[in-house]
Design a binder for this molecule. Structure first.
Ligand code: AMP
Length: 290
């Protein structure tokens, strides 16, 4: 069956009405387009788990701050449509800005303290924009399951918080980070990188992998690991560190001693791109608790 393309909220609800009445499960993959294999891995996860897969493509203005890359953000709806059709997606929801934010729209979703850490500190208001648009997409599509990448780890935790706090009847699933063979995490923003930028950017995944190896070898000192991560990135030319953090995997608070599942998070500017990456850290004591 060919993919249905809808751009209004009424059309999106109408397209799914029958499936819902028939008791078919709906999976949603929210994206900002400029699609790559990372996005397609979420589509594959949705198709494996749900009867119907809906992908949204919307470059959400409220999650960009003044001076950020909203205008420059890559947009290629024709290429995205072809990729999604080939991937077996059932419906594409690609609304315009006036559909999601009509004149007079004034409500936003504040995800609380989680949204003030890390990327939230560097990008004030970012996670309120994310939480607002995701809430609206969940309200429009009403999916049984929504799929998000661990690539945006803090975003995933913010969305889990919002869905829990607002009693949204959608199950949130986090999917693993898809990387290039040399380790670079796939991102729509990698299109901004020159060949030299791209080489510098590899320090992010390399430094994360080395911190992970140190934890696997028994290191549990959060401050020491944080220093190693920051120093490795700072020693690479052409890259400016925003933050490097060793955090609890659920609260995202810095940890001094790794006892439970943790996460190493980094953000850095390379050329005109702000890149983020992260890796899971599982100290030996966290295995014992399982
Ligand atoms: P974006 O279009 O960048 O807003 O991303 C849409 C979704 O795709 C988010 O849930 C991202 O976390 C996810 N995503 C982006 N890049 C990757 C990647 N390299 N691996 C897995 N998921 C990703």
């Amino acid at each position: 069956m060919s993919m249905e393309r809808v751009s209004s909220i009424e059309e999106a609800r109408g397209a799914l009405r029958r499936a819902r009445l028939e008791g078919r499960t709906i999976g949603l993959v929210p994206t900002m387009g400029a699609l790559h294999e990372g996005h397609l891995s979420l589509v594959a996860a949705s198709r494996a788990r749900c009867d119907l897969t809906v992908v949204s493509v919307f470059v959400n203005p409220t999650q960009f701050g003044p001076g950020e890359d909203f205008d420059a953000y890559p947009r290629d709806l024709d290429a995205d449509t072809a990729l999604l059709e080939a991937a077996g997606v059932d419906a594409l929801f690609a609304p315009g800005t006036a559909v999601m934010y009509p004149a007079g729209a004034a409500t936003s979703v504040d995800p609380g303290p989680l949204a003030t850490l890390w990327c939230g500190a560097s990008r004030p208001g970012h996670f309120t924009g994310v939480a607002t648009i995701v809430t609206k997409l969940l309200s429009t599509v009403g999916p049984d399951v929504a799929f998000f990448g661990e690539k945006d780890y803090q975003q995933l935790k913010v969305i889990e918080r919002v869905v829990t706090d607002l009693d949204i009847p959608t199950h949130v699933v986090g999917c693993p980070i898809v990387r290039e063979p040399d380790g670079l995490a796939l991102s729509s923003r990698n299109r901004y990188l020159s060949a030299a930028d791209r080489t510098h950017a590899l320090v992010l995944s390399r430094a994360l992998a080395s911190v992970r190896a140190r934890v696997d070898a028994g290191e549990t000192d959060g401050a020491a690991l944080q220093r190693e991560l920051a120093n490795a990135i700072a020693s690479e030319p052409g890259i400016t560190l925003d933050y490097a953090a060793i955090v609890d995997a659920e609260t995202l608070e810095s940890v001094s001693e790794l006892r439970r599942e943790c996460r190493a998070l980094v953000a850095a500017r390379v050329g005109s791109a702000r890149l983020i990456d992260n890796v899971a850290l599982s100290p030996a004591s966290s295995h014992a608790c399982r």
